[in-house]
Design a protein around this ligand. Structure first.
Ligand code: SF4
Ligand code: SF4
Length: 424
């Protein structure tokens, strides 16, 4: 099938036949998991459109921006401060890594017991499937977990990679290291873009990214209503799209969606019955199109009311302090905000345990599903402490480890259904 984008994809050196296969799988998956939902909000039409054009219109926008001289910076982790990218007049996109499709290529060079996310981003590159990766002038990695940091060494043979050092603890010396890393990243972005980051530009960028976080916070607060006004699948999709859509347009559209949601809440309307068990998902990020577990949960009679995840509250909970006026004060505020991220890569990581319990209570969740990608040691190990903290708070937990394959769907369904049944 030919499309108006074939020339663009060819210029990006995609493997057109394999890419067509990916789009078909994505379209079918989206139809089954998203478009089959009943009573969806009008505001979701925008998200449906954005997703249907994920490799089309948005990539064309990026190419047009590049033709005007803007650079595109790709990331795999929420530690990379978008404020600096935007202040240098570049565009930052979160690279998704949520599909299994390049796995075979990835397993030729990575150990089999590597998490699906890492295999996915390496596989997408090797199999020439991702127009975002191919649009990037720089890909920023980070030393969060061992798997990622070693994979970036390999990835660097295929793409322009820059790696940020993320501390493992949160003591004064770690905070100094992190501030130095932010300064180093600023220099690198200035080098790649050829633009100097000024205080005025950085202030504007801080406000822009904060505005997007604020609208997502509003969305999350609305999900505390019973009955739940929006499905967890749709909320996850919104969070996923926030990583690659234009930030101004996205914020405006989600604001409109929140207005609609507010009306539903006032009218006492929801997308699930009032007594449907409410679940919080907690753990590893779920990148596009990793919708397996949310689909299993929500087709088992429960509704997801929150995501304690980097594609969820971990990415939007904290704002950057907007009061600084000098470059120095703003860089300090950025360093401070990003070091509050409670990724399982930190040790110890007590903040995350508290955040999970608080979030479950705020959202009136009846239970928590802890989700770890197979072979992800940080989250798998931390699940033990999460379970203990939730037990102390009297909140039931189901611990799930899985990957992107569909082979275990029936087995997951059985476990999730039993958990949901227990919560009724
Ligand atoms: S879970 Fe940790 S490593 Fe993964 S995106 Fe979040 S902060 Fe980065
Ligand atoms: S899911 Fe775990 S193992 Fe995989 S990249 Fe993230 S932190 Fe590393």
């Amino acid at each position: 099938m030919t499309t108006p984008y074939d020339d663009m994809w060819e210029k990006l050196n995609l493997d057109l036949a394999a890419h067509e296969g990916l789009l078909q799988v994505l379209g079918k998956f989206y139809g089954d998991i998203y478009l089959s939902q009943s009573g969806r909000l009008k505001g979701m039409e925008y998200l449906d459109f954005v997703l249907s054009e994920v490799h089309g219109l948005r990539i064309r926008e990026l190419q047009e921006a590049k033709a005007r001289g803007q650079k595109v910076i790709g990331t795999f982790c929420v530690f990379v401060p978008e404020e600096l990218t935007l202040a240098a007049d570049a565009i930052q996109v979160g690279l998704c890594a949520g599909a299994e499709i390049g796995k075979e290529a990835a397993e030729k060079i990575l150990p089999r017991n590597t998490c699906a996310l890492i295999k996915s981003f390496v596989g997408f590159k090797l199999a020439r499937l991702c127009p975002y990766i191919e649009s990037c002038d720089l890909i920023v990695g980070e030393t969060t977990c061992d798997g990622k940091k070693k994979a970036y060494e390999i990835f660097a043979d295929y793409a322009p990679v820059y790696v940020m050092e993320i501390p493992q603890m949160k003591q004064a010396c770690d905070s100094n290291l992190w501030k130095a890393e932010i300064a180093r990243f600023k220099d690198e972005i200035e080098r790649v873009t050829g633009h100097t980051i000024t205080a005025a530009k950085l202030k504007e960028a801080i406000k822009l990214v904060n505005a997007r976080r604020t609208v997502l916070q509003r969305l999350n607060r609305l999900r505390a209503a019973a009955p739940a006004p929006i499905s967890g699948r749709d909320a996850l999709l919104i969070n996923q799209i926030s990583f690659y859509d234009d930030p101004v347009r996205f914020t405006a559209k989600i604001g409109e969606l929140c207005d609609e949601l507010e009306e539903s809440v006032k009218a006492g309307q929801g997308i699930a019955p009032q007594d449907a068990p409410r679940l919080l998902l907690s753990g590893c990020p779920m990148a596009v199109p990793n919708w397996k577990l949310p689909f299993v949960v929500e087709s088992s009679g429960a509704v997801i009311v929150g995501e304690e995840s980097c594609i969820g509250t971990r990415n939007i909970r904290d704002l950057v302090d907007e009061s600084g006026d000098t470059l120095e004060a703003m860089l300090e505020a950025i360093a401070d905000r990003y070091l509050r991220i409670d990724c399982a890569c930190f040790t110890p990581n007590p903040e995350r345990l508290k955040h999970i319990v608080d979030l479950a209570r705020d959202l009136k969740a009846d239970g928590v599903i802890h989700y770890g990608l197979s072979f992800c040691q940080p989250y798998a190990m931390e699940a033990f402490k999460v379970e203990k903290a939730l037990q102390d708070a009297g909140i039931p937990l189901l611990n799930i480890e899985t990957d992107y394959s569909m082979e275990d769907v029936e087995q997951l369904k059985t476990r999730v259904e039993a958990f949901v049944e227990m919560l009724h």
